[in-house]
Write a protein that binds this ligand. Structure first.
Ligand code: UDX
Length: 440
């Protein structure tokens, strides 16, 4: 099939290259000329394991190309995906749909023959209706079926998630789209991933409900972690103990500094706003958003407490800045709030992240960026693990101890065991494991 992907950001690029890998002819389009020029040169604008190799292989095979020319790309495509950004609108938290609607107008002007137009960007319920209205108003002769096909991929595991999804959700109003979308995803049927066809609004809501549920699950275990600390229980064992019940499941029950990233914070907020607009509030999600916001500052207080209650003039080594490992993405990373709160309390921050420092510099210009974890720890009064990068899982604790002014480790991701850290003479603070003895 001939496919155009409008928007070559995270979702657009990963989806586009994976469709090419399926065997389709894919044109990835973006208005950003520098980005397209870089992609044509084989430079990938984001860090995602396996992506560069997959782009190179599919370009070489002649199935994947890049362009800034939306008109010619759309005119020759049977399926046009909209994969542009939907950031939170400043001020009110609603999703900003201006890029989606601009894409719809561009499609209307360029479309030729029957074309399936698919929103892959995360968009509020009813956006598909508006995309369809815009196209029909701009070009009454356009023969289009507008479809919702949300993406559930996780950064850092995006290609695998795309190739081996738990399910593919497709919301349609025009039956002709069913056949076309089945064809687009046909290679997946070999992996037995169910294609779930629904109405368009249902599909749009599934995406938000899925992300909100996962955000709620994380927030639930984070609160149970605080309670574990208060009552002297071990949150990892609680998580395992409840997660082995199939109805609950063991995944997404890792307590930590609060969720971040490009999806959960933005999508939970957008769902709250949509629900308020429809006078059907989602109070569990409202509370989830509030708890998660508070949690990041609470993490800074935890560090200050470990420092004896006063951070003025103290140096903090922050290990990990991205919102999770295996990405260079700093969007809504808990580290941003934690670092800010530490600086507000008078601390000096030295930071290191394996992939995220270029992006971090743009957001947090006033911390000292270091070569590695040991460099960050040099002369610091405490080391704080904020992101669970693999390279922080096996730190040379003996060496770390000699570099710090005192042996103090705050582990906001629970990647160490108290007994092993204590053996090296460290005072150790973690999340929800006050007197832990972790068993596998
Ligand atoms: C998420 C969804 O998983 C994905 O389905 C959706 O399409 C986009 O949003 P992503 O943002 O890439 O993906 O990351 P994810 O792995 O879900 O983690 C999100 C945040 O939750 C991170 O900050 C992570 O550290 C945190 N998290 C996750 C926890 O604190 N505990 C957990 O158990 C899981």
């Amino acid at each position: 099939m001939k496919i155009t992907m409008i928007g070559s950001g995270y979702v657009g690029l990963v989806s586009g290259v994976c469709f090419a890998e399926f065997g389709h002819d894919v044109i990835c389009m973006d208005k950003d000329e520098a980005k397209i020029a870089a992609l044509k040169n084989g430079q990938i604008p984001i860090f995602e394991p396996g992506l560069a190799e997959l782009v190179a292989a599919n370009v070489k095979a002649g199935r994947l190309s890049f362009t800034t020319d939306i008109t010619s790309a759309v005119a020759q495509s049977e399926v046009v995906f909209i994969g542009v950004g939907t950031p939170s609108r400043r001020g009110d938290g609603h999703a900003d749909l201006s890029y989606v609607y601009a894409a719809a107008r561009d499609i209307a002007a360029a479309v030729e023959g029957f074309t399936v137009v698919v929103t892959k960007s995360t968009v509020p319920v009813g956006t598909g209706d508006e995309v369809e209205r815009i196209i029909r108003e701009a070009n009454p002769d356009a023969d289009v079926a507008v479809v919702s096909n949300p993406e559930f991929l996780r950064e850092g595991a995006a290609i695998d998630d795309f190739m081996r999804p738990d399910r593919v959700v497709i919301g349609i109003e025009d039956e002709r789209a069913r056949q076309v979308m089945s064809e687009v995803y046909r290679p997946l049927s070999l992996n037995a991933a169910p294609l779930m066809f629904t109405k368009r609004r249902t599909s749009e809501l599934i995406k938000y409900a899925a992300n909100a549920f996962l955000a709620m699950k994380i927030t639930f275990i984070n609160e149970i972690a605080d309670l574990s600390e208060a009552v002297g229980a071990n949150v990892q064992e609680v998580a395992r103990g409840i997660g082995l019940d199939n109805r609950i499941g063991t995944k997404f029950l890792n307590a930590g500094p609060g969720y971040g990233g490009s999806c959960f914070p933005k999508d939970t907020l957008a769902l709250v706003k949509t629900a308020q607009d429809f006078e059907s509030p989602v109070r569990l999600i409202e509370t989830t958003v509030a708890i998660n916001d508070d949690r990041k500052r609470a993490m800074a207080r935890k560090v200050i407490k470990a420092l004896g209650g006063d951070a003025r003039g103290k140096t903090v080594a922050v290990l990990g800045l991205t919102f999770k490992p295996e990405t260079d993405d700093m969007r809504d990373s808990p580290a941003i709030t934690i670092v800010q709160a530490l600086q507000d309390a008078g601390a000096i921050v030295r930071g290191f992240d394996p992939e995220g420092m270029d992006n971090a510099r743009k957001i947090m210009p006033d911390i000292t960026y270091c070569e590695d974890a040991y460099d960050a720890a040099t002369g610091a009064d405490v080391a704080v693990i904020v992101t669970e990068w693999n390279e922080f899982r096996a730190l040379n604790l003996g060496r770390l101890k000699t570099l710090l002014t005192q042996p103090l480790l705050v582990d906001l991701r629970n990647i160490y065991r108290k007994d092993e850290v204590s053996r090296h003479g460290f005072t150790y603070y973690c999340i929800g494991r006050p007197n832990e003895e972790v068993r596998a």
